[in-house]
Design a protein around this ligand. Structure first.
Ligand code: AMP
Length: 207
């Protein structure tokens, strides 16, 4: 769990490498439907572009098959509210599984807005850069991965909306998981490697 721009995707990819668990990113599932212009994609584009949550049933239906198909997962961007958390508990009960740990990546809104507005993705490779902190190879050079695109929901207005949604709907889940004794909070404002170290420690993977 964590607000947009906290580095969930980056850290989940590293965790996947270390643990072999399957990385399931609901934001990516949503973007893929939109890009392929499926019926579902057309229905959910409006929510996503505005930075609003896609209706719960749709997200739950999209995610469930991945839970059934794999033995262990890193859920990234799901659940995002109490209804989804309860639906996840139900789905896990059905397949006799449980959540081991909930890792929350935390950073201030100011830092997140700065990170997200500078984010650029290579159209060709999918690699994500930041115009200041992680700039892409020089334009015109051999490794130039341009052209770049900015996500439709990385505009300032959508970013503010996404953070508001996070604080109002997702953040209260911290109490839900704290009560179950499986919550770990990590300061995500630091370097990627420092955060990774702590995330791995949190899930008991650091030797
Ligand atoms: P993200 O890349 O995680 O920021 O997700 C991009 C967009 O996909 C979000 O702004 C939502 O519109 C939608 N989305 C992703 N995950 C969820 C979820 N668990 N519940 C509802 N909407 C979601």
């Amino acid at each position: 769990m964590g607000p947009q721009g906290a580095g969930k995707g980056t850290q989940a990819a590293k965790l996947e490498e270390e643990t072999g668990a399957t990385h399931i990113e609901t934001g990516d599932l949503v973007r893929s439907e939109i890009k392929q212009e499926t019926e579902l994609g057309k229905k959910i584009k409006e929510y996503s572009d505005k930075g609003e949550l896609v209706p719960d049933e749709i997200i739950i239906d999209m995610t469930k098959p991945y839970l059934d198909e794999n033995d262990s997962w890193i859920l990234d961007g799901f659940p995002r509210n109490k209804e989804q958390a309860k639906a996840l508990d139900e789905a896990l009960k059905e397949i006799d599984e449980k959540i081991d740990k909930v890792v929350v990546l935390e950073a201030s809104d100011e830092e997140l807005i700065e990170r997200l507005s500078g984010r650029r993705q290579s159209e060709a490779t999918g690699e994500v850069y930041h115009i200041e902190h992680n700039p892409p190879p020089e334009e015109g050079s051999e490794e130039d991965p341009g052209p770049f695109v900015q996500r439709d929901d990385d505009t300032e207005e959508a970013i503010r909306n996404r953070l508001k949604t996070y604080h109002e709907q997702t953040e209260p889940l911290k109490d839900y998981y704290e009560e179950q004794g499986i919550l770990v909070t990590v300061d995500a404002s630091r370097d990627i490697d420092e955060v990774t170290k702590e995330v791995l420690e949190a899930v008991g993977e650091n030797k």
